[in-house]
Design a protein around this ligand. Structure first.
Ligand SMILES: NC(=O)C1=CN([C@@H]2O[C@H](COP(=O)(O)OP(=O)(O)OC[C@H]3O[C@@H](n4cnc5c(N)ncnc54)[C@H](O)[C@@H]3O)[C@@H](O)[C@H]2O)C=CC1
Ligand SMILES: O=C(CO)COP(=O)(O)O
Length: 339
C-alpha cells in the first residue's frame, strides 16, 4: 500500500523536507497555517516566506490549512513546526488522531511549558506507542538542501525495519540517510547543540576568535555527554533501559559543529546579535525565523535542576538570555574553567 505522507509546518525545514520528498516523486499532504501562503504556492509553485528558490511540482501536493485533515489523510506524519508552536498546532486533534499512524519528528526542541521530549508528549497526549515514533536529526541546514548540496540525515526509531523504510523515502542523489535506534540521545543532542550554537554566536559577537571557538565547542561537547549521562541515570531509576550513544556520530558531533560554525544557523545568528549588544527582544524582532536555543536554554536549565549535570556553558547562555547577565561578564567567567 502506498504510504500517505503528511507534513505539519511550512517554515524552512518543512519546506526543505517537502522538497526532498517531492524530488523523490512522493505525494504529500501538507499543512500550511496561512491560506495566503497556500494560494501563493498553488499559483506560483513556491513558498514565498521560506526557501523561495525551491519550486514544487504542485501535482504532488495536497495543501491544507487544517492540521486535523492532514493528519487524518496521512499514515506517516512529519512534524516540522518550531517546538514552541507544537502544542497549539496539535490541540485541535482528537485524542485518537494518531492511532495506528507513524509520527516522525523533525523538531529540534522540547515541548514548551512541560520540557518534554516530543515522543513523551505524544505518548501522554495521544497514546502514541514508542514503535510508532521516529526522529530526523543530523547536521543539515534547509538552505543547503534547497541548493542540493550533499547532506546526511539520521533517522532514529526503536523498530529498525520501519525506520529504514522511512529513511528510504528521503534517500536521493543529494541526501544520504543514516539509521539508528538512539531516539532519546539524538533528540537531546539536537536540543543542546542549539544552546551551544547560541553560545558560539555570542562568542563571535564578543569578538572571540577561532582558537577560542574550538575550545568552546570542545567543552560544549563534553557538557552534552554529561547531561545525557545524568539524564539517563535519573531515568534508569524509573526502570528505563539505558541506550548506547555514539557521540562521535554526525547527529551528535556533526550537528554541534555545523550549528556552531555555519552562517546559515539561526541560533548562531541570534547569539551573535546578543554578543554584539542587542537585547533578546530586538533580536527576535530582527529575525523572521525561530532560534530554538532560546527556549531550549530555559528547558535544559529547568531539567538540570533535577539531574545536576556540570554544564557551565549552558547555564551562562541561559543566564544571558533569561536573566540579563551581561555576555562579556559571563564569558570572562567561562574562560577560566575550560579544559
Ligand atoms: N531550518 C533548518 O535548517 C532546520 C530546522 N530544524 C528544526 O525544524 C523546526 C522548524 O524550524 P524552521 O522550519 O527552521 O522554522 P522557521 O523559523 O523557518 O519557520 C517558523 C515557522 O513557524 C511558523 N509559525 C509562526 N507562528 C506560528 C504559530 N503560532 N503556529 C504555528 N506556526 C507558526 C511560521 O509561519 C514559520 O512557517 C525547528 O525545531 C528547527 O530546530 C531542523 C533541522 C534543520
Ligand atoms: O538544526 C540545524 C542544522 O542541523 C539548524 O540549526 P539552526 O536552527 O541554528 O539554523
Amino acid at each position: 500500500m502506498d504510504n500517505h505522507i503528511g507534513i505539519i509546518g511550512s517554515g524552512s525545514w518543512a519546506t526543505a523536507l517537502a522538497k526532498i520528498l517531492t524530488d523523490n516523486n512522493r505525494h504529500i499532504h501538507w499543512w500550511i497555517r496561512n491560506e495566503d501562503t497556500i494560494r501563493h504556492m498553488q499559483q506560483r509553485h513556491h513558498n514565498k516566506h521560506h526557501l523561495n528558490s525551491v519550486y514544487f511540482d504542485t501535482r504532488l501536493l495536497q495543501l491544507n490549512s487544517s492540521a486535523q485533515e492532514v493528519v487524518a489523510a496521512s499514515d506517516t506524519i512529519i512534524l516540522a513546526v518550531p517546538s514552541a508552536f507544537l502544542r497549539s498546532v496539535l490541540e485541535s486533534l482528537p485524542a485518537d488522531a494518531l492511532k495506528g499512524k507513524k509520527v516522525v519528528s523533525a523538531i529540534k526542541g522540547l515541548v514548551s511549558g512541560t520540557n518534554q521530549l516530543i515522543n513523551d508528549y505524544l505518548a501522554e497526549t495521544f497514546g502514541l506507542p514508542p514503535e510508532q515514533y521516529f526522529t530526523i536529526t543530523g547536521p543539515c541546514h534547509a538552505e543547503e538542501v534547497a541548493n542540493e548540496k550533499l547532506s546526511y540525515l539520521t533517522f532514529s526509531g526503536v523498530e529498525p525495519d520501519a525506520t529504514e523504510n522511512i529513511a528510504a523515502m528521503f534517500n536521493n542523489s543529494y541526501l544520504q540517510t543514516i539509521v539508528n535506534r538512539d531516539v532519546t540521545g539524538v533528540q537531546f543532542a539536537s536540543v543542546l547543540k542549539n544552546i551551544y550554537a547560541m553560545g558560539a554566536g555570542i562568542a563571535h559577537g564578543l569578538e572571540y576568535g577561532d582558537n577560542f571557538q574550538s575550545v568552546f565547542i570542545t567543552n560544549c561537547f563534553r557538557e552534552m555527554q554529561e547531561f545525557l549521562e545524568k539524564y539517563e541515570q535519573a531515568q534508569t531509576g524509573s526502570g528505563q533501559e539505558p541506550a548506547v550513544h555514539n557521540y562521535n556520530a554526525s547527529a551528535y558531533l556533526g550537528d554541534l559543529l555545523v550549528t556552531c560554525y555555519s552562517l546559515h544557523s539561526r541560533n548562531r545568528t541570534f547569539g551573535n546579535m546578543i554578543g554584539k549588544g542587542y537585547s533578546v527582544k530586538a533580536t527576535q524582532l530582527e529575525m523572521n525565523m525561530v532560534a530554538e536555543g532560546y527556549y531550549a536554554s530555559r528547558s535544559v536549565f529547568e531539567i538540570n535542576k533535577e539531574i545536576g549535570a556540570y554544564m557551565p556553558v549552558a547555564q551562562k547562555v541561559y543566564a544571558i538570555l533569561w536573566e540579563q547577565l551581561h555576555p562579556e561578564e559571563a564569558y570572562m567567567e567561562l574562560e577560566k574553567g575550560f579544559i
